[in-house]
Structures are given as structure tokens and as C-alpha cells.
Design a protein around this ligand. Sequence first.
Ligand code: NAI
Length: 332
Amino acid sequence: MKQVTLIPGDGIGPEITEAVKTIFNAANVPVTWDEENAGQTTFDAIGELIPSTLIASLNKNKVALKGPITTPVGKGFKSVNVQLRQMFDLYSNVRPAKTTPGVNTRFENVNSVLFRENTEGLYSGLEIFDERLQIADSISRVTREGCEKIVRAAFEYATRHGCKRVTAVHKANILKHAGALFLSVFREIAKDYPDLQADDIIIDNMCMQLVVKPEQFDVIVTTNLFGDILSDLCAGLVGGLGVVAGANIGDEMAIFEAVHGSAPDIAGKGIANPTALLRSAIMMLHHLDLKDEANRIEAALEATLANKEECTGDLGGKANTMQFAQNIIAKL
Ligand code: NAI
């Protein structure tokens, strides 16, 4: 049995978490859950966004599954997601985007994985505001070490998964330091992987290429802000945030998460789509080397998604969250 920290999160978080737990139970997955919450609900209850009991659980288990978290609006509240990534040096944000039969999209045959640097760049927290002059500076700090870690993670993934091409996305023509450092590290590391096609593309061209011919890309690697935006763009190509998985991975720890938000507009109604969290949980099973369980659940999910009637409302179906989960279980 492997123990995993489970963070249900806010809004629809507990509902989609329950669905994933039910499916794991039915599939006899050898995982036990160590449940600790974070976010708005926790803050309202105990005055802390990330309780020390959660940090202890993460340090102990090293693997977590996380639902969406609401960051309270207002000064002084730093995003829980950003804090967890920085606290545990979860430098790779990994976002697969693959078209699924039955899920309506404008494109077919999209199958890419985006590696976003998760702790540096414009999210380093280096911001200065001159009140008198009304000038704001947000500093993009990019380090050689940070670039090396994310680029190597992308090439290693490509090698392990039999991918053919790794594409770096940058703006080195304008960002003469931050962009150039990332690009030169990419070109250096690419030499260690002669069997892979390595190329690079400027962010603006990449946006155009992705909405014209997305099936040409395989593994994509980029810095924090570009990755934040591109990963949602890629999600849109394959059916939206409700159906894509995400993971934050470091050398010591990995947190798998639903990439959509807490959906306050539908929270408590029992109609949320658990696919994004389930797909993240499947990624987690691969990470834990539970490949048979991962493949069984994935096959049952794909078979369910192929039949619209069995899906939740956002995918054009009539099922609620738990009926959708039961439809998956019936196919295990
Ligand atoms: P959102 O993703 O929660 O909702 C956008 C729209 O998508 C809503 O109409 C919602 O009903 C729908 N939706 C989202 N997930 C769904 C699902 N699984 N099934 C069916 N419909 C779904 O984005 P929004 O409204 O901008 O953010 C709400 C809260 O979530 C905010 O407090 C924000 O800070 C937080 N958030 C947290 C994230 C995380 O923890 N990873 C990511 C994005 C937002």
C-alpha cells in the first residue's frame, strides 16, 4: 500500500475528489489517502491557508493529489498553488494535452506534453511598486540551474515515452538575458540527446502554430509565464480545463492536480466533471509505478468519454458527478 496526501480543496473539490476515491476503491488501487485540506475552507476554519499538518503530511508521503483551491481575494494572500510549488521546489509543471474520442474539439490527433518551469521567471515574486512615481517593476528571474532542470526533465520525459521532438518556446529576440539564457541552456542540453529532434520557436509564432496545426508538436518546454498561458491554450485544443491533467514535480516530491478552478458557480450541486482530477490521479499512478491500475482506469474513462450520454453536462451528457463515476466503474 502506498500512502498519498489528498487535498480535496474548495468549491467542487470535495465532490470530484469523492468521485476519484470511489473509482480507485472499485479498481482496488493499492493507495491509502492521508487527507489534509488547504485553501479558503481551511482558512475560514482555522485561519491558515496551508496548515502545518498538511506540510508534515507532504513531507512524509512525498506524493499528493490536489483538488482546486480558492485563494481568498485581497492583499496578503499569496496563491496556495504558487506557495506549494516554491516551498517544495516543484520545478516541473507537466501538462499533457491529447484529443479524446467523444470529446468535441476543433482538432484531431493532438498529442503533446508541455513542460512549464514552475518556480522562476515572472512568478519569482520580485516586484517593486514606486507609489510616488506610479511605476511597477515585475522582475523575471531565470537561473541557469532552473533552466537546466526543466529542460532536462523535458528531454528525459521524451526519451522515456518514445517521443520524437522537443520544442523550446522563448522570446530570446527581445528578452536578451532571461530569454537568451533559457535558449542557450536548451541548445546545450539538446546535444546530450542526439536521437531527438530539438528545435525552438518564438512564443508569438508558437501561439499561431498551435491554433493552426497543433498536431505537429510533441514535447514542449518553456519558462513560467509562457508555460502558464500555453498550457491553457493546449487544454483548449483538446476540450478545455475540465478534461486535462496536471502535475507539479520536483526531485523529492510530486503534487498531481486538477488544473481548473473551484467552480463556485456549480459547487455543491453534484454536477462537476471529475475527469481532470481523475486524469491527474492516473498520472500519479504512473509516477507510483502502478501502471496496470493506471491503464485499467484510463481505458474505462476513455470508453465512458466516448459515449456522451454517460458524461456530465459540460461534455454534453446527462450524468451527475457520481453517475459519471459509476459509468466508469462499470467498465473497469
Ligand atoms: P474555474 O475553473 O473555477 O471555472 C470556470 C468555468 O468552468 C466555470 O463556469 C465552472 O463552472 C467551469 N468548470 C470548472 N471546472 C469544472 C468541472 N470540473 N466541471 C464542470 N465545469 C467546470 O475558474 P474561475 O471561476 O476563474 O475560478 C474560481 C476559483 O478557482 C478562484 O478562486 C480561483 O482562484 C481558483 N482557481 C484555482 C485553481 C487551482 O487550484 N489549480 C486554478 C484556477 C482557478
